[in-house]
Write a protein that binds this ligand. Structure first.
Ligand SMILES: N[C@@H](CCC(=O)N[C@@H](CS)C(=O)NCC(=O)O)C(=O)O
Length: 205
């Protein structure tokens, strides 16, 4: 068995959390290396792309959260074997990344500038992506994004929708997803109840 260490921020969201859930689902122990923002700033220049998450497989540094999620997801049985379903799964995960990139553009802004940027984001990219995720969910049959079962795509979207509905982004209404895509809310609640996900959070309690 290889040794794994996942370096990411110390919160239950973002790009690192789906990988942690997938590791737990796979029954693979890993060093859950949680760092503060201050530690990140001190150490980021030593990271290949100066970003987290970073996964160390033995002592090999690997970046890119979706690649990690596919790798661990395969070991957990949470990645489709069928090529078309794998394509649907990948499309969904890539779309989450694209949305996150749009959100990142508003980080570091303050006051009126932040408010204006977030309002523009809500009416623009966020609306586009939330409706797009709804569309992808319907294509998957309405309950899951691919393979008619839980995959890493569901876990990735679940983490983001939960975070949006929890109000982690200032000036983004907590009922935005509820208003635009009730099916995505039902999906978030379904995935939160999934034994794979509940087992992970019970292990953290
Ligand atoms: N494509 C990369 C993006 C990684 C990334 O942007 N990570 C964020 C944290 S979620 C980061 O390190 N941001 C620091 C910064 O951009 O200054 C991935 O999917 O892992």
């Amino acid at each position: 068995m290889k040794s794994y260490k996942l370096t990411y921020f110390d919160f239950d969201g973002g790009r690192g959390e789906p990988v942690r859930i997938a590791f737990h689902a796979a029954g693979i122990g890993f060093d859950d290396h949680r760092i503060s923002f201050a530690e990140f700033n001190e150490t980021r220049n030593a990271m290949r792309f100066t970003c987290v998450p970073v996964l160390y497989v033995e002592d090999i540094e690997v970046t890119q959260s979706n690649s990690m999620l596919r790798y661990v997801g395969k070991m957990a049985g949470l990645y489709p074997e069928d090529d078309l379903q794998a394509l649907y799964c990948d499309e969904t995960m890539s779309a989450v990344e694209d949305l996150m990139q749009q959100v990142v553009h508003t980080f570091g802004l303050e006051g009126d500038e932040l408010k204006a940027a977030r309002e523009k984001l809500v009416d623009g990219w966020m609306t586009t992506f939330i409706k797009g995720f709804d569309d992808l969910l319907q294509r998957g049959g309405g309950e899951y994004f691919a393979d008619n079962r839980l995959t890493v795509a569901d876990i990735k979207v679940f983490v983001q929708v939960r975070s949006l509905r929890a109000g982690t982004l200032e000036h983004v209404p907590t009922d935005l997803v509820d208003r635009l895509a009730p099916a995505l809310v039902a999906h978030e609640e379904r995935i939160a109840r999934d034994p794979v996900v509940t087992a992970y959070y019970e292990s953290r309690a």
